[in-house]
Design a protein around this ligand. Structure first.
Ligand code: NDP
Ligand code: MG
Length: 392
């Protein structure tokens, strides 16, 4: 049977890699593409929708509806725009949905997909960090499956096939260290958005690339590991691995460690989720280990990357602190990219927001409902803006 596919964030880095794999695996002739979503890149969204014969294309921005409609003229593809249209796209019956919007904006469409019992390939780690228990409970209630797409989590998922969770002693996720891993710590205050936007190994969207340099990406991934696999934070480790060839390792109680090794190409993790539970041939480079020569590892220093310390605090606090952490991080990243604050001030802003919100409203004990999550998300962004103003 032809599978029905929807891609949220189709015009982004993960989205484009997903479109590439679908096209290589037969495109419109092999799949029924139900809906594709994008943001500002209307020309590319329309092109993808035409090529894949999608039923619907949605831009997140209502003001771009006219442009999208014009770009789709004569194609037979329906156009829609806005947050409500994105959520409704998730209501259209699909068998597999890729969640690859960047930021907390990915939460609602993903949640809606799970309510329909749809398999959700989850690249949007922010939704697990923001509302992990809600996402997992929704999946369980509706017998929907979440397949991890973040490379580290896909690696752990693969290392766990056929294993009992009780036998897992530790999970180690690797970090490249990002753009500044070899900079003297005292130089980090002068790091510019342009310098932070180039990654030594991976080609990704700008926001996750800067988050790699600050290690906020790894901080989100530590929390993502806790939420998705239900592992005690004390058993989750991060290690710097500059080659980005080992994506994660799982240590078992008999002392064995299973490592997942492969080139830094997201099409592996996306393709694994697309073809799961089968493994199909994928267009990723094959490693020549003799050529690679050596794999190196070093500690992930919390002094250089305070985001890692903050992630530990968030994991310990639980509740709505993940929602506050992610929103404050997104706001701090905007302020850094906009030139309002320096690179090292991003962590200061996030820490200050967490302190203020846990003091004022208490983030720990609340039940995680969508309303509460959106409320805390909004409050954390506002508080971050206040903190940024004091630093400018
Ligand atoms: P990109 O910035 O490349 O793409 C983001 C996508 O989301 C684009 O389609 C963009 O549209 C759309 N978008 C942007 N803002 C909004 C919004 N407010 N509402 C709805 N849609 C929006 O991001 P990436 O592909 O790099 O990352 C996507 C997700 O995957 C993130 O959660 C990231 O953390 C995760 N991830 C990414 C990896 C990677 O290799 N890139 C690796 C692991 C995880 P447009 O471009 O048209 O404006
Ligand atoms: Mg990752």
């Amino acid at each position: 049977m032809r599978r029905r596919i929807t891609i949220f964030g189709a015009t982004g880095s993960i989205g484009e890699n997903t479109v590439d794999l679908l096209t290589r695996q037969g495109g419109a002739a092999a799949y029924d593409v139900v809906a594709l979503s994008g943001g500002r890149n209307i020309a590319r969204l329309a092109e993808q929708a035409r090529d894949l014969g999608a039923d619907l294309a949605v831009t997140a921005y209502p003001e771009l509806y006219g442009d999208l409609k014009a770009a789709l003229a004569g194609s037979g593809v329906e156009a829609a725009a806005g947050a409500q249209a994105l959520a409704e796209a998730a209501d259209r019956p699909s068998d597999w949905i890729m969640s690859a919007i960047v930021g907390a904006a990915g939460l609602v469409p993903g949640l809606r997909a799970l309510k329909h019992g749809t398999t959700l390939a989850l690249a949007n780690k922010e939704s697990l960090v923001t509302a992990g228990p809600l996402l997992l409970a929704t999946a369980e209630r509706n017998k929907a499956r979440i397949l991890p797409v973040d490379s580290e989590h896909s690696a752990v998922f693969q290392a766990l096939v056929g294993e009992e969770m009780e036998a897992v002693e530790r999970v180690i996720i690797t970090a490249s260290g990002g753009a500044f891993r070899d900079w003297p710590i005292e130089d980090l205050v002068r790091a510019t958005p342009e310098q932070a936007s180039s990654h030594p190994n991976w080609a990704m969207g700008q926001r996750i690339t800067v988050d790699s340099a600050s290690m906020f990406n790894k901080a989100l991934e530590l929390i993502e590991t806790k939420e998705y696999f239900g592992i005690d934070p004390a058993r989750i480790e991060a290690v710097v691995h500059p080659e980005s060839l080992v994506h994660a390792l799982v240590g078992f109680r008999d002392g064995a460690i299973m490592a997942h090794v492969g080139p830094p190409d997201m099409r592996h993790a996306i393709g694994y989720a697309l073809n799961w539970p089968e493994r199909n041939e994928l267009p990723v480079a094959r490693l020549d280990l003799a050529q690679v020569g050596q794999l190196t590892f070093r500690p992930a220093c919390e002094k250089r990357w305070p985001a890692l310390r903050l992630a530990r605090e968030v994991m310990a606090a639980g509740g709505l602190s993940g929602a506050a952490f992610n929103a404050a991080k997104e706001a701090a990243l905007d302020a850094f990219l906009g030139g309002q604050i320096g690179f090292t001030q991003m962590a200061e802003v996030v820490e200050d927001v967490l302190d203020r919100l846990s003091r004022d409203s208490g983030l720990t004990n609340d039940v995680i409902s969508l309303e509460k999550v959106l409320e805390v998300d909004h409050l954390a962004r506002q508080t971050a803006a206040d903190v940024v103003r004091t630093l400018e």
